[in-house]
Design a protein around this ligand. Structure first.
Ligand code: NAP
Length: 511
């Protein structure tokens, strides 16, 4: 279809086919909201778990909880699942859901513009069949907070003559055996991939700007007896899931109110260092000088042993430039390399996608958020951007538990909103500015005593104004309580101006 043909009318346009987009499709479909399309820029479902294929990629939240509540999986191989297993799980849930016929792959959203006259979003896409326009009653943005790789702006990085790639865009065509490799970054991705590289590379230089607290990973395989029991004993797996949930939730008071309690984690981190590293200089280099939890606490049994290996150097002198052959640090040393891996994270507080979303007064989301930082009512809806839902929006990410719990909470809110639109004959809704401002002010207040604000580190949780616009500063069940009902009294609402297709609820996809 060419862009000159009339737009495709659709009730709900979901952007992104990761955990969030798939949950939105399944739950809207179950509620009878069948007229939906999921646009995905990649070739498959999975989102971050489809894209992040770097060696050693695994989840650092136990899979009993890092999975949908409505699709428990008795077959997880171990406590923390590797990326291929999580991807296969998402694929299976997608296949079983009966919604895949409405997924459009290899298609990018170019821009979305609110049209007040039709009470729809005009969403331009570009896919294998060329450009297309959807006119959608609602847009559910599930593009992910960690989807746009951030490549560091280091002088000369474009002049590097060897292979260079980001951890989230791994180039599997490059044979790394015996190579001299530099890895920039020591975050959650780097600590997983460096031990794998150490085993096959000739030499690895790891460039660390700030050390992280890394505690042991209590990993183990599930026995076949456990898997059978999860499958056969009613309620057992749900009880196991609840136990994981409660354990992780039990840590929230330390993060949110009593950061000094996190000294316990620092003791675990120091023990982890001392167990693997003998060299006092290296021990000192990897020991953080801020409160544990201020940056994400990482878990690994392999990171420190890898740093202590003979073929690995941890470089803490700042990088000043990159040449055609290697990396130059402030002390003037140039370390030659064949391959440069940038494990430098993502655009989180200034998501590039916001530049392409234009609200009712003609301003983009990026215009708004550049002025005042990211903000959304209940992390989900935004004043000036009617009928738009941000899944994993501002202040909904977690430093302690499974983001899928948050995703399911937000998706419930989306479904409740869709029901309210039909029940009340609503054509357009947006949160009132006062409701959104009150919500944001409350978050800022709650954020003040947290370790993310007081812990003495710089982190990507914070935006350029110094506000933590990324994390939810409390218990996840509190977040869920806030989103159980679609609270119409906090919204400016317009009646529908054109007839809307009928719906019929269908049987739930749940186990
Ligand atoms: P990240 O945590 O943001 O780490 C980026 C690393 O790159 C940091 O060490 C950072 O140093 C460094 N860095 C950035 N720019 C640099 C520059 N110009 N020069 C030198 N160093 C630079 O990114 P990530 O490791 O990809 O992880 C991002 C998030 O993804 C995680 O926090 C987590 O939420 C998620 N993740 C989860 C898993 C999992 O197991 N579930 C695995 C991987 C990732 P500074 O600390 O000094 O900024």
């Amino acid at each position: 279809m060419s862009s000159t043909t009339s737009p495709t009318q659709v009730d709900h346009l979901i952007v992104g086919a990761g955990f969030a987009g798939l949950a939105a499709a399944i739950k809207l479909d179950e509620a009878g909201e069948r007229d939906l399309v999921v646009i995905e820029k990649d070739s498959d479902v999975g989102g971050t778990w489809h894209i992040n294929t770097y060696p050693g990629a695994e989840c650092d939240v136990p899979s009993q909880l890092y999975s949908y509540s409505f699709a428990l999986n008795p077959d997880w191989s171990k406590v923390y699942s590797p990326q291929p297993e999580i991807l296969e799980y998402i694929r299976k849930v997608a296949r079983d859901s009966g919604t895949l016929d409405r997924f459009v792959f290899n298609t990018a959203v170019l821009d979305s513009t609110w049209d007040a006259a039709t009470q729809r979003w005009n969403v331009r896409t570009e896919g294998p069949d060329g450009p297309r326009v959807y006119a959608a009653r609602t847009v559910v943005s599930c593009a992910g907070g960690l989807s746009e790789p951030r490549v560091p702006e280091i002088e000369g990085i474009d002049s590097f003559a060897g292979e260079i790639f980001h951890s989230a865009r791994w180039n599997h065509d490059v044979d790394l055996t015996g190579k001299r490799i530099a890895v920039i970054g020591t975050g959650a991705s780097a600590i997983q991939l460096v031990p794998e590289l150490q085993e096959i590379a000739g030499h690895v230089d790891v460039y660390q700007r700030t050390p992280n607290w890394v505690i042991p990973r209590n990993e183990r395989k599930f026995t076949s007896l456990e898997k059978t029991a999860f499958r056969k004993v009613p309620g057992l797996q749900r009880a196991a899931r609840s136990a994981v949930y409660s354990t992780l939730e039990g840590r929230v008071p330390a993060f949110a109110k009593f950061p000094d309690l996190l000294k316990v984690v620092e003791a675990q981190g120091k023990k982890n260092i001392h167990g693997a590293i003998k060299d006092p200089e290296l021990r000192a280099k990897v020991t953080p000088n801020y409160r544990a939890g201020c940056k994400r606490i990482l878990i690994s049994n392999k990171w420190y042993p890898a740093l202590a290996a003979d073929n690995v150097d941890l470089v803490t002198d700042p990088i000043v430039k990159i040449t055609a052959n290697g990396v130059v640090t402030a002390d003037g040393t140039e370390r030659p390399i064949d391959v440069l891996v940038v494990a430098t994270g993502f655009y989180v507080t200034e998501p590039p996608i916001a530049e392409h979303v234009t609200g009712k007064d003609g301003r983009t989301l990026a215009d708004l958020w550049n002025e005042q930082g990211m903000a959304a009512y209940k992390g989900t809806t935004i004043h000036g951007f009617p009928n738009l839902f941000q899944i994993v929006g501002p202040n909904t990410a977690l430093g302690h538990s499974s983001i899928i719990f948050i995703i399911e909470s937000q998706v419930k809110y989306v479904v409740e909103a869709a029901k309210a639109m039909r029940r009340e004959g609503i054509g357009a809704f947006e949160p009132t500015l006062s409701a959104q401002d009150e919500w944001t002010a409350d978050i800022r207040q709650k954020m003040k005593p947290t370790v993310w604000q007081t812990g003495g580190c710089a982190s990507w949780y914070q935006d350029k104004f110094g506000n933590n616009t990324t994390l939810w500063p409390g218990q996840t069940f509190t977040f869920r309580q806030h989103l159980t009902k679609f609270d119409l009294d906090k919204y400016d609402v317009e009646p529908v101006s054109a007839p809307v297709k009928k719906t019929r609820a269908k049987k739930k996809v749940s186990k």
